[in-house]
Design a protein around this ligand. Structure first.
Ligand code: BTN
Length: 252
């Protein structure tokens, strides 16, 4: 299989690991040069956002990108939107190949849903070593299975009929192709185009949602995301709240 992105990334393929993000952190702390793609067949301590555990059985995609690109810290969160767009297009491509129509949506800040069930999650981490600044983008895509009995509805690509015999390297290759395109666009044109593309695919935009940022819970209409990627919610009194972190709940 031709993997053109190997020109700019070193690929590490691992069997079982605690977490591909933790492996990327360890690698970054050595001060290593170059970008890495770390792929594992399963994780014993897969990590999700807000310190949650990430279900990591064999058969799904567990990958972390270690970017040695000195990305300005304030701009790093924008790359979760870049990544989400690439995941959206990866699933869209796989669905087309499988001849199925899937309702794919992007849930703020960085979940990917199919028919309202979470199919993929993204975890960004950064490591600062004085002069050197690494960004780690962890991505999990449920290909074969998904966690049961969790508080959020989840799904996988096999159940949705959208995988068409593609193996994990094949899925990674499709993702990297789209990621590279959006990353280049972002580098040259900034967040404007990424933001608009993301908004077109956003889940529950202009609808009633509830967001909890850890200290306050706000219900209102999901209006927009701002230039930093923060969520803008208009409450009943017409007041617009801008939140850069939070867990979003959707009123059914
Ligand atoms: C989330 O939605 O909470 C983010 C989940 C991110 C999971 C991926 S799987 C590969 C990488 N390694 C980890 O430990 N986490 C990320």
């Amino acid at each position: 299989m031709y993997l053109p992105w190997l020109r700019s990334y070193n690929l590490l393929i691992l069997d079982e690991i605690d977490s591909t993000n933790s492996e990327a952190v360890r690698l970054a702390k050595t001060g290593i040069a170059g970008n890495f793609v770390i792929l594992a067949s399963s994780q014993t301590m897969g990590r999700g956002r807000h310190g949650k555990h990430w279900y990591s059985e064999p058969g799904n995609l567990y990958v972390s990108l270690l970017l040695d690109k000195n990305i300005i810290v304030g701009k790093q969160p924008q790359l979760s939107f870049v990544t989400a767009l690439a995941v959206y297009e990866t699933i869209e491509y796989l669905a087309k190949k499988s001849k199925v129509k899937l309702d794919i949506k992007l849930k703020w800040p960085n979940d990917v849903l199919i028919n309202s069930g979470k199919v993929a999650g993204i975890l960004l981490e950064s490591i600062n070593l004085g002069q050197k600044n690494y960004l780690i983008i962890g991505l999990g895509i449920n290909i074969k299975t998904n966690p049961q009995n969790i508080d959020q509805l989840s799904t996988n690509l096999t159940t949705e009929g959208g995988i068409a015999g593609e193996n994990l390297i094949g899925v990674l290759n499709i993702f990297m192709h789209h990621f590279e395109q959006h990353f280049l666009d972002w580098q040259h044109q900034g967040f404007i185009k990424v933001r608009l593309n993301w908004l077109k695919r956003a889940y529950k935009l202009k609808e009633l949602i509830t967001i909890d940022d850890g200290s306050t819970r706000i219900s209102g209409i999901f209006q927009d995301i701002d230039v930093t990627g923060a969520m803008m919610v208009r409450d009943n009194y017409g007041l617009v709240h801008t939140l850069s972190v939070g867990e979003v709940f959707f009123n059914r």
